[in-house]
Design a protein around this ligand. Structure first.
Ligand SMILES: Cc1cc2nc3c(=O)[nH]c(=O)nc-3n(C[C@H](O)[C@H](O)[C@H](O)COP(=O)(O)O)c2cc1C
Length: 392
């Protein structure tokens, strides 16, 4: 009995820490192997612009945000001056992203950073989305997501957002509730999201009732994800505990807390089963996440008319630009994807957020919803080496 209850508490502690990596709570950089975050130093000697410039561009593109840090990007470089982007079908989230919408957005973020890097090199990137046809609403396959043709264009202006690529990080810390965002930060983000058929919106402390509704829906959506075994187990499979696992995978959710690592090595951290809804493991995570939401001074969203594959990719491009614009302003953000996810248990939060941001009445789709504010700096998330993305 004693041993069982010890393990339950231990398990709780572990799970509390587990969310630090990507699911809503803060992280720490201890134990992060330097090679796993080397990409954040910029292109290495094997990606010099004097060589194959595509490698230089890709060294920036792979710093894009991706749901669960899955990095599902594969590139084919066989045709000179061209990059073909495909989806790695082994890197999907079928439980929480059953329609692969977030995967498509995460290809949009990659394309946006690639485009910014191309401009920096005086190259025009002509991006053709789905050159062999777009995926249906419920499927992905090996056809290209995009074909990018590069050509010199000395008249092309550089984009100031490029400079923020190496500084941008998803920030899961608490934010300063007493520090509202200035109007210029909002207008920089709104300008960055200026894509056709796309709306950018936000709510801040000026609208206390609306803020409370946002917090409540985010809390409920997170509770559902945490207490639905198949959805939380999907995330648990992506935990990378300690330096050696992080160095081996360089993706997913990094856990570097020394206590977690010790417990894991002692075999006291069962990653194969979801904790019960009333377990300390679950309730303590909910409490911590709710505190983060209570300390959030603003929320933003990106809505689209239509929800086809091209629109989803473009929403990802817009999100990347919004986060880079925020980074320039010193503003942090963390996406809140749970309520936007298309699995049955999220039906009510999905309907609520669509209602709250004015998307429901118009048949629009909320592609991104994020908490926004000023948070303490965070450590960079791992990235796989460029060679891991190059298919051929
Ligand atoms: C489409 C999409 C959805 C995301 N959803 C969440 C989310 O629900 N919660 C979260 O903490 N981060 C979310 N993220 C952020 C990723 O977890 C993050 O980009 C990844 O871990 C890499 O970290 P980085 O952004 O600091 O480079 C999302 C990112 C994208 C592109």
């Amino acid at each position: 009995m004693k041993r069982r209850s010890f393990m339950r508490v231990v398990g709780g502690g572990v799970i509390v820490a587990s969310t630090a990596g990507s699911l809503g709570l803060s992280g720490c950089s201890m134990g992060m192997p330097s090679e796993a975050i080397q990409a954040w130093n910029g292109p290495g000697p094997d990606a010099s612009p004097a060589g194959d410039v595509r490698r230089w561009l890709l060294s920036y593109a792979l710093l894009a945000p991706h749901s669960h840090n899955l990095q599902s990007w594969l590139v084919d470089l066989r045709t000179p001056h061209e990059i073909t982007l495909r989806c790695d079908l082994t890197r999907l989230l079928p439980q929480t992203d059953p329609l692969f919408r977030q995967i498509m957005m995460s290809h949009g973020t990659f394309l946006e950073l690639l485009d910014l890097a191309a401009k920096e090199q005086g190259l025009r990137a002509d991006i053709t989305l789905f050159p062999e046809g777009a995926f249906g609403p419920q499927e992905l396959d090996t056809r290209p997501v995009a074909r990018i043709r590069l050509s010199p264009d000395s008249g092309l202006p550089k984009d100031p957002l490029f400079a923020a690529i190496l500084q941008r990080h998803t920030n899961r810390n608490g934010y300063d509730l007493a520090r509202p965002l200035p109007p210029k930060a909002w207008s920089a983000m709104a300008d960055a999201a200026n894509f056709p058929k796309m709306q950018f919106g936000y709510v801040s402390d000026q609208q206390a009732d609306a803020m409370n509704k946002h917090r409540e829906v985010a809390k409920e959506a997170w509770r559902i994800e945490l207490t639905t075994p198949r959805t939380i187990e999907e995330s648990m499979k992506l935990l990378r505990v300690g330096g050696s696992e992080i160095a081996q995978h360089r993706d997913g959710i990094s856990l570097t807390d020394p206590m977690v690592i010790v417990l894991d090595r002692l075999g006291l951290f069962d990653r194969s089963h979801a904790p019960a809804p009333d377990a300390y493991a679950t309730t303590s995570q909910l409490k911590a996440f709710n505190e983060k939401l209570d300390s959030t001074p603003a929320f933003l969203w990106i809505n689209t008319e239509g929800n086809d594959r091209v629109t989803q990719v473009n929403a990802g491009r817009a999100y990347a630009r919004v986060q880079l614009a925020a980074t320039v302003q010193g503003v942090s953000m963390q996406p809140l994807s749970q309520a936007l996810q298309e699995y049955a248990e999220q039906r009510q939060p999905y309907a609520d957020i669509h209602q709250m941001v004015g998307a429901a009445g118009q048949g629009h789709t909320v592609q991104m919803w994020a908490r926004v504010g000023y948070g303490a700096p965070v450590a960079p998330a791992p990235r796989r080496p460029l060679s891991a993305l190059i298919q051929a």
